[in-house]
Design a protein around this ligand. Structure first.
Ligand code: SAM
Length: 238
């Protein structure tokens, strides 16, 4: 076969500005939203005709940040086995049994909710995508074919266990202000994102350590409590 060059058809503008703390699969944080900006010639309403009949989309995309770090690393060779975070980060399995970002061609696949189309941009939610993710294709979710009732995956047979997320009163007050300012469900997004426990499984619980991440235009900081809960301690304009 001849070499075939894949060109992005668009880009995702996402609430997640850093890789850390992005849920590890779509649908885990319904309040995680973004929009798809299409590039010419696909930024034409003609290419979107019919999508008003569709609730969910398959997005085919490039793990561009993984590619960027692989290109800058001298020992980047194809990985046949990887350590998925779901298995505690210390057990290796074949790359094709995982959804790892370190994979052939750095291609990702996520099913997301299509909330609407505004100014030719697709409004999407339940995303697990970093801001700036290049899209290579969009397909409609087909319930009769894509929803496989008999499917199993014993490596990851259930959604991850959730942990409780609390806010200090001051942090909650700021969240509510910013929520009104940008008209996005920031409180729900922080709760759903942190309930997944972003801390790598191999990392020991350190009650002194302050973690932080950027969502929208905000820096969110949190700590782990001795109860095992997470407490959001500050939310500031980035
Ligand atoms: N649902 C997709 C799949 O199965 O191909 C992605 C699964 S992957 C395990 C999800 C993680 O990829 C996120 O938690 C985030 O850390 C990372 N990620 C998301 N967008 C990315 C991007 N553009 N470049 C590199 N990593 C990305």
């Amino acid at each position: 076969m001849q070499d075939h060059c894949i060109q992005p058809i668009g880009i995702v503008h996402s609430c997640f500005k850093e890789k850390f703390a992005i849920p590890r699969q779509p649908a885990l944080a319904p309040a995680a939203t973004g929009e798809i900006e299409l590039f010419a010639p696909y930024n034409d309403p003609v290419a979107l005709e019919g999508l008003e009949e569709v609730s969910h989309l398959w997005l085919s995309f490039i793990f561009h940040q993984t590619l960027a770090s692989a290109h800058s690393s001298i020992n980047s060779k194809p990985q046949l086995r990887v350590r998925p975070p779901r298995l505690g980060g210390n057990k290796k399995v074949g790359v094709f049994a995982t959804r790892s970002t370190h994979r052939p061609n750095a291609l990702g696949l996520s099913v997301v909710k299509l909330d609407g189309i505004r100014n030719n941009r697709l409004q999407i939610s339940g995303i697990d995508l970093l801001n700036g993710t290049p899209l290579v294709d969009i397909k409609p979710y087909l319930p009769y074919a894509d929803n496989v009732g008999t499917a199993f995956n014993y490596l990851a047979d259930q959604a991850p266990e959730l942990i409780e997320v609390e806010f200090t009163p001051a942090a909650l007050q700021v969240v509510l202000l910013h929520q009104t300012r940008i008209n996005k469900p920031i409180q729900a997004l922080i709760e759903q994102m942190l309930a997944q426990d972003p801390k790598p499984a191999y990392q020991k619980l350190d009650l002194e350590r302050v973690y932080g991440v950027k969502i929208w235009d905000l820096n969110v900081q949190w700590q782990y409590l001795s109860t095992g809960n997470i407490q959001v301690i500050s939310v500031d304009l980035a």
